[in-house]
Design a protein around this ligand. Structure first.
Ligand code: S5P
Length: 445
């Protein structure tokens, strides 16, 4: 027997069972909306029907439950169950009429960072719900619709033709009109930095989102200078305007432990994090030493470091063993700003996957675009300047607006645009304002 025939036989059997247990009733019913209906579905009896109840156990996927109202005691959670922000969630409902209940469920799931693109429903009353949900970007699959149900019940002479006709009339006259708007691709609600900080687990990511929100800054300045005095002077000047200072510690001529101490004091005073742009790219055992030992002892002072995914997961395993105990975090380089770079396509995709598998240590990406829907991941974009398109050595620049609005960066990284300016504090303020306004534009549009 063909698969499709088998399926339709099973649907037929299920509909007859539902009729027999009075989960589908015919008569004169007042619906929640106040409308009189000749057909009524009461699928609460299904709890004794393990088909739906066992879906998650049968397929071994975690199940979440949405409360109608947040309970007013205990955790006050709307969504019960364990999940990672950014995970996809399929909505399973019993009956769909206008689609508004599925839409509400999708909105509460999305407010906690889950991604919703599909819903399945046992019975579609065929009153416009499918179209409404399509407009909201949710594809609805139903096991059975009212018209098929009526055909099945008529075939087995469970109801007279007059009742079936009455129900068909009712559906025709009570279909929720599709909205006049042309279908648009669903725009998911953009979460604020504060909301994202609440969602993420890693203390460094939480702290960074908190600083970005309270200082109104999504600007990181790259202090690519060669003396400690120049770097400390710059850090003090731009400190009030930045959420993070990025260093290249191996270009400093007079590196010392005192420098690290002074930089840490400035970071505490002005409230910014320190990101050492070391771009680790060796086997796990070697990067462990590079991170912990040597002249720089990076793990002792840098809140954040970054790594290439090129060597495979070992690079993260090695760094993690040094950094996790010190509550440090890592960014993976998934895309680069330089002309002709090879971090594209499958390489970028594999990097995102590697980050997803190491979320206890990796808090985001160095990238040129948004690569993950997971709101806990921070996307940082270098190659940003207000004027200028390149540096003659392969660097390519975009504007703060382009980086944040078009490419969906969370943080812009600016080096020469700030430290080469005769007045770095004012330049930093200009970048801060431009990038934060771009973020606010994204939030409200
Ligand atoms: O793809 C990248 C990754 C990084 S971390 N492109 C980059 O330019 N960077 C770094 O960002 C680079 O090493 C430098 O420190 C900074 C950009 O500096 P700017 O002077 O060109 O703004």
């Amino acid at each position: 027997m063909r698969q499709a025939d088998k399926m339709s036989d099973r649907v037929e059997k299920l509909m007859l069972d539902l009729f027999d247990i009075e989960a589908v009733k015919f008569g004169d019913f007042t619906l929640k909306s106040g409308i009189q209906s000749p057909i009524y579905f009461d699928l609460r009896v299904i709890v004794s029907y393990p088909v739906i109840m066992l879906m998650s156990a049968h397929h071994d996927v975690p199940m979440l439950i949405r409360r109608k109202e947040a309970k007013d005691y205990g955790t006050k959670k709307m969504i019960e169950g364990k999940f990672e922000p950014g995970s996809s969630c399929l909505i399973v409902e019993d009956v769909v009429t206008s689609g508004s209940s599925v839409k509400e469920t999708a909105e509460s799931l999305e407010s906690v960072g889950l991604v919703v693109t599909d819903a399945v429903v046992l019975l579609d009353r065929e009153q416009g719900g499918k179209q409404k949900l399509k407009e909201a970007g949710i594809a609805l699959q139903s096991i059975c619709g009212t018209s098929q149900l009526l055909r099945i019940l008529r075939k087995h002479e469970k109801i007279p033709e007059s009742v079936a006709e009455q129900v068909r009339d009712f559906v025709r006259n009570n279909t929720f009109p599709p909205s006049q708007e042309p279908p648009v691709k669903k725009s998911r609600k953009i979460l604020s930095y504060r909301e994202r900080g609440d969602l993420c687990q890693h203390p460094v990511a939480k702290q960074l989102f908190g600083i970005m929100e309270s200082k109104k800054s999504n600007l990181a300045v790259s202090a690519d200078l060669c003396t400690t005095a120049q770097i400390l002077k710059l850090a003090d000047e731009v400190g009030p305007h930045i959420c993070m200072l990025k260093t290249h510690v191996d270009i400093i001529n007079d590196f010392s432990a005192e420098f690290v101490q002074s930089l840490t004091e400035l970071a505490n005073r002005h409230e910014f994090l320190i990101f050492e742009d070391r771009k680790f790219a060796d086997i796990g055992s070697t990067v462990q030493h590079q991170y912990r030992d040597g002249l720089f002892q990076i793990a002792d002072w840098a809140h954040l470091i970054n790594a290439h995914s090129l060597p495979g997961a070992g690079v993260l395993e090695g760094l993690k063993q040094v950094g996790l105990g010190k509550q440090r975090a890592c960014l993976l380089i998934a895309e680069m700003s330089s002309q002709g770079n090879l971090a594209t396509g499958e390489y970028t995709k594999a990097t995102v996957k590697m980050a997803e598998e190491h979320q206890d240590f990796v808090v985001g990406f160095i990238s040129q675009s948004q690569l993950s829907d997971n709101p806990a991941f921070i996307h940082m974009t270098p190659g940003v300047q207000l004027s200028g398109s390149g540096d003659g050595l392969g660097q390519q620049y975009v504007s703060p607006w382009d980086a944040v609005v078009t490419r969906r960066a969370d943080v812009i990284i600016v080096g020469r645009g700030v430290y080469k300016d005769p007045d770095p504090a004012t330049a930093a303020r200009s970048y801060q304002t431009a990038a934060f306004q771009a973020y606010q534009h994204r939030l409200t549009n």
